[in-house]
Design a protein. Sequence first.
Length: 349
Amino acid sequence: MASPFNPVGVLGAGSFGTAIANLLAHNSDVLMFSRRAETVAAINERREHLGVKISPRITATNDLEEMARRCTLIMPVVPSNSFRAMIRALGPYLRPHHIVIHGTKGFDLNGMDEEELDKPGAIVTRANVRTMSEVVLEESSVVRVGCLSGPNLAAEIMAGQPAATLVGSRFREVIQAGQSALNSSKFHVYGSYDILGAELAGALKNIVALGSGIIGGLGLGRNIQGLLISRGLAEMVYFGKSLGASSQAFIGVAGIGDLVATATSTNSRNYTFGTRLAKGETTAQIRETMPELAEGVRTLRIAHQLARHYKLHVPITTMLHAVVFDSYPIEKALEYLMSYPYAIDVDFL
């Protein structure tokens, strides 16, 4: 199908940004931003990036003003720790007529640095945490914002395998824009007006994926993995409710759909991080050698502090934080979780 938005802008040239750009190219021309001159050259001259063939309908640029001038629909796909800086740089060129649908699954810290999270007495509340759509609203004049959330492993999408996503937005026209731009015979786009729930589900499932990767790295079976995923989903809902979302978003494509994909696949950076941790590498070693950020590690740090403030009973999050950041023995963490006195299986519907 042809998209009414031509070209569409993609902000970021990582694996997911590249996958999204190739998907968009089925329906429109694409302007893809990268700060790196070598990446722009590889895309425009060699038609290849990250070992993937790039559609001839994609043009790379390092000019943010050009993207804002030529593209009404822009999709930022950059890591959460650099998202605000990127939108702040793009912000002066954005106008209220723009539509921004981001694909970043993480949190922004408002008014504090990540390093402050480990200081004694650190307090993190909802006032300190921003979703990516909230960052767009704060850093630009854009009104119509949305998010992509769902089981979207970049490697599978780039290999041409069928997949789906969800566009969350308060505006019907934003959902329709995402659908017209991305729908194809191998990629289906659902819609939801619960953008907060979609963003929280997309960020929080990465924490569970870290734990599932640890289970995989230990060589344990599907029984314990299924247990972790189901109890992890419960913790995601508890977090979501404490931050103002309903439980419904966590049961759909953006929640359980994305959770199952991310928590069971070696193509998931978060799952891979957990696997390497279980095999004896340290957090510092893994972070230094992974080509792209495992968002779950940063999200875990923020979620742990939120849980402390809101007094949430989230034992998986608590134990994972101890393992990832305090070198707590994995075997002891697993023993603790197996003996944790859960009273009720499902109490959030």
